[in-house]
Write a protein that binds this ligand. Structure first.
Ligand code: HSE
Length: 437
């Protein structure tokens, strides 16, 4: 078999960059059998790297300066794996200006500058691929753009941040402390450079905005994505939720409703029997509800060197296969450019869901009646209510409630009123619930 050579330039030789080189070298034969191409990393830019960890590095020209890679006339595909907004954006645009195809794992970049980058690529007749930007090794981008292309997608709910899922799993299973688990995730190379991106839901919001754009054919709306982190989840909420038959997961949820598209990342109670509730550790999973096929679930490693590199290399293979036939390329956002619709994002006040509430209440007669009356007056129907008498402290006991479906703005007002009651101390803890049925 005569192989067509495709030259690749890597920006970054860290966790994912190094993994990409290793995958391309280790699986070179299998990849050539699939593609008819010889995919060769000819150059890379990296400030520092460990040659011991990199297969075939002796055949790669390594520069300090990314400019040398993006402007190298022999490079066909530039693979951006440095992460962050800048200078990644400038390097990607520069590579496109030089007529290179681009593969990136950078969710922050695509979620915030995707439109500009896609337009530049369109003008230049090159392609931009970003499978590794969402859920690491899970081929969810290909699934949304191609595998489910026959469907109208209704909603997506995903565990799309491995670090956050690792923290919640360890808290639940081993009673470990939040910061201690976060430190371990950083050592394992899962966490973002700035780990607040993981625990505050920003990383998940980047990924969710990308999935919504591909699922519904709409612009990238990261700026309008609601995010609530997991830093305020207490071990006792994990325990109480468990006693009620639920698990707390940090979910990214996007739904198409009559009012527009919901885009939200927040801790969520889900019934413990759901497959998503049983996705633990650093693993990711994305549940997609489409009109024809129904629900489909995608599970796998959402972070880590080789799993993420697997997605990067899949993109390199796709780009190499269609390099000479632009008409065969799938549009970046999965829909024809002129068919992207500016669907409005539903304001958070208007979403409808059910809720877990935890209040600290005075341990005196009549408290339940007072709270039940307030909820009844607001038209809120309660699915379960539990007072933890045995957890009494200084005359206060935790009261946990699950509500039925209702509008968020009604819940906000109800929480405000509950916090004004003399029998309620401090802030009411609210965690949204989804049944995913
Ligand atoms: N920090 C991310 C995570 C890495 O923990 O999922 C993969 O995007």
């Amino acid at each position: 078999m005569t192989l067509k050579r495709v030259n690749i330039g890597l920006l970054g030789l860290g966790t994912v960059g190094g993994g990409t080189l290793n995958v391309l070298v280790r699986n070179a034969e299998e990849i050539s059998r699939r593609t008819g191409n010889e995919l060769r990393v000819t150059c890379a830019a990296a400030k520092s790297y460990d040659p011991q960890q990199l297969d075939g590095i002796a055949d790669v020209s390594v520069y300090d300066d990314a400019q040398q890679v993006v402007s190298d006339p022999d490079v066909d595909i530039v693979v951006e794996l440095i992460g962050g907004y800048s200078p990644a954006r400038e390097f990607v645009l520069e590579a496109i200006r030089h007529g290179k195809h681009v593969v990136t794992a950078n969710k922050a970049l695509i979620a915030t500058h995707g439109e500009e980058i896609f337009a530049a690529a369109r003008d230049k007749g090159v392609t931009v691929a970003f499978e590794a930007a969402v859920a690491g090794g899970i081929p969810i981008i290909k699934t949304l753009r191609e595998g489910l292309a026959a469907n109208r997608i209704e909603w997506i709910a995903g565990i799309i941040n491995g670090t956050g899922n690792f923290i919640l799993s360890e808290m639940r299973d081993k009673g470990r402390d939040f910061s201690d688990v976060l430190q371990e995730a950083q050592q394992l190379g899962y966490a973002e450079v700035d780990p607040t991106f993981d625990v505050e839901g920003i990383d998940a919001a980047h990924k969710l905005a990308i999935m919504a754009s591909l699922a519904f054919g709409m612009p990238l709306k990261f700026d309008e994505t609601f995010t609530e982190g997991i830093t305020r989840i207490e071990p006792r909420d994990v325990t109480y939720a468990g006693e009620l038959g639920y698990r707390i997961k940090h979910l990214g949820i996007t739904k198409r409703t009559a009012a527009g598209v919901e885009l939200r990342v927040h801790p969520t109670l889900i019934p413990e029997g759901r497959l998503l509730a049983n996705v633990n550790g650093v693993m990711n999973a994305v549940l997609v509800k489409s009109d024809m096929v129904g629900p489909t679930l995608y599970y796998g490693a959402g972070a880590g060197s080789l799993p993420t590199a697997s997605a990067v290399v899949a993109d390199i293979i796709d780009v190499a296969r269609t390099m000479d036939c632009p008409e065969s390329r799938v549009p970046c956002q999965g829909f024809q450019d002129g068919a992207i619709e500016d669907i409005p994002v539903v304001p958070m006040d208007e979403i409808e869901t059910s809720y877990y509430l935890r209040l600290s209440v005075r341990d005196v007669p009549g408290v339940m009646a007072e709270i039940s009356t307030l909820l009844a007056n607001a038209g809120i129907s309660i699915e379960a209510m539990h007072q933890y008498e045995s957890h009494s402290e200084n005359g206060r006991v935790p009261l946990v409630m699950l509500t039925h479906h209702m509008r968020e703005k009604v819940m906000n007002e109800t929480i405000r009123q509950l916090e004004l009651l003399d029998v309620v101390e401090g802030e009411v803890v609210r965690i949204r619930m989804e049944h995913l049925s």
